[in-house]
Ligand binder design. Structure first.
Ligand code: ACO
Length: 435
């Protein structure tokens, strides 16, 4: 291999520039130039310098990260180097969260301390419950979650303290603990059900199932298959490098807002149907299709660009989404307990036909994680509007890991992209009567 640099000739001026290329862990997947190096390329002395133009950041690395690696062509996803398949099969959610945040799997002692600190923070201030009461019954649970996350910063006197890593840890314990309880509260509120208090002596997922489906004042034991399925789903959703919501978390955090406000923003970003809201959209689509016989007609509508095939396609995965493979197995484990969700047959038929069709094959469109996650959550007894809340609870650890890494990164500053202005040149104000 030759020299690690790029030679650029500016044909406007005939000048030549040499720009260094640097690599990540895998040179074939993560070589970059610094676009700031383009600024030296000027047409005239007054020229600001050349910008990189990249709407929707299709080809822009916003950071160097050690958290998650994705190779979209090969369908690889690793957290801190560990393949997602191994974590989903052998790990649990809280140790995965620790791994994402602190870089290593916890020892037994670290795991006990970490689990204790998170579970302690599943208990909420009474005033937070009153705030949830203020939402209307039937309100969308994701809208409630976004509002509640933002409000959390007002309940903790030191919420805006991000002075050092010790302060960050307190926020991290709180947010991972709080989000499960708030997630369960917004579900119970939307259905007009009484709240179930957290039981911090239980595991994270068992306690969450208890808060969702238990009864106040009555012992509830989570079914171990459901508990394990939830562990797997939270692990699969825990992080996905610089996706839309993680970028929002980093962006808000870069202005040094408190992490509760940053997470409210990240959750708002996740709410969109092109992102985490897709699992809700998938269920609506499957219900609309109604039966396997109607699948070919729906595929035709997709190809005619009338509708999107929800839960299909991904900015990064162009081969298959490894999470979708794992989730399919989890679905059958859950169905053993709950009975089969009939929507799975429609989903499988959609997948079968789409994967043989040139429209989808040529565009490298495959099922993503959201194609199956909603079917499982629905089988567990959760309503459609809770799908994205479930995603947000699992993703909390990833958002916080991205936020923490951003704060540690000496190269990061407040996020502030440039633009290429294409509007009017200067012109004079026109009085109303002359317009
Ligand atoms: N159904 C039908 N056509 C699709 C779909 C789909 N789900 N996804 C992409 N395409 C088509 C596009 O129309 C485009 O076709 P064209 O080149 O002929 O115009 C081509 O495939 C490429 O798609 P883009 O929109 O350029 O891909 P992009 O990377 O911008 O978008 C996205 C990715 C948003 C995920 C898209 O595939 C989509 O809308 N999918 C459906 C929603 C969804 O499932 N989102 C969840 C993603 S996973 C997550 O965020 C957790």
């Amino acid at each position: 291999m030759g020299k690690d640099s790029l030679t650029i000739i500016d044909n406007r001026t005939g000048k030549t520039y040499e720009v260094p290329i640097f690599h990540g862990t895998y040179p074939e997947y993560g070589s970059a130039i610094r676009t700031a190096d383009l600024r030296q390329i000027k047409y005239s002395e007054n020229d600001f310098g050349l910008l990189g133009y990249d709407p929707a950041y299709l080809n822009t690395a916003s950071c160097q990260s050690t958290v998650t690696f994705i190779d979209g062509e090969k369908g690889i996803l690793r957290y801190r180097g560990y393949p997602i398949e191994q974590l989903a099969e052998r790990g649990n959610y809280l140790e995965t969260a620790y791994l994402l945040l602190y870089g290593e799997l916890p020892t037994a002692q670290q795991s006990d301390a970490w689990t204790g600190a998170v579970m302690e923070h599943t208990v909420l201030d009474e005033n937070i419950l009153k705030l949830v009461d203020g939402f209307q019954e039937g309100a969308h649970t994701m809208g409630m979650l976004v509002g509640m996350l933002g409000s959390l910063s007002t309940f903790y006197a030191n919420a805006r303290d991000i002075s050092d890593e010790k302060a960050w840890d307190v926020h991290i314990h709180r947010l991972i603990g709080n989000v499960a309880t708030v997630g369960a509260l917004v579900y119970r509120r939307s259905r007009g059900l009484p709240y179930v208090a957290p039981d911090s002596s239980q595991g994270y997922c068992a306690n969450f199932l208890n808060m969702l489906f238990g009864l106040p004042e009555q012992a509830y034991t989570a079914n171990p298959v459901m508990e394990r399925a939830l562990e797997v789903l939270f692990i699969l959703h825990a992080d996905h490098e610089q996706n839309c919501s993680a970028s929002t978390m980093r962006g808000i955090g870069s202005g040094r807002a408190d992490p509760y406000s940053a997470m409210a923003g990240a959750a708002g970003s996740l709410y969109g149907p092109l992102h985490g809201g897709a699992n809700e959209a998938v269920l609506k689509m499957l219900a609309e299709i109604g039966s396997k016989e109607n699948v070919p007609a729906y595929i035709e509508r997709v190809k005619n660009r009338e509708v999107l095939l929800q839960g299909f396609g991904h900015r990064v995965y162009k081969n298959y989404d490894p999470r979708a493979q794992i989730i399919k197995q989890t679905a059958y484990d859950v169905f053993e307990v709950t009975g089969k969700n009939p929507l799975i047959d429609i989903a499988l038929e959609l997948e079968r036909i789409a994967l043989e069709d040139a429209f989808f094959v040529s565009r490298k469109l495959y099922p993503n994680v959201d194609f199956y996650s909603g079917i499982i959550y629905q089988a567990m007894g959760l309503p459609t509007d809770m799908m994205t809340v479930m995603f947000a609870i699992g993703r909390t650890s990833g958002w916080l890991a991205q936020w923490r890494e951003m704060l540690q990164d000496k190269e990061q500053k407040i996020t502030r992209p440039r633009q290429v202005y294409i509007g009017s040149d200067e012109r004079d104000y026109v009085p109303m009567e002359e317009r």
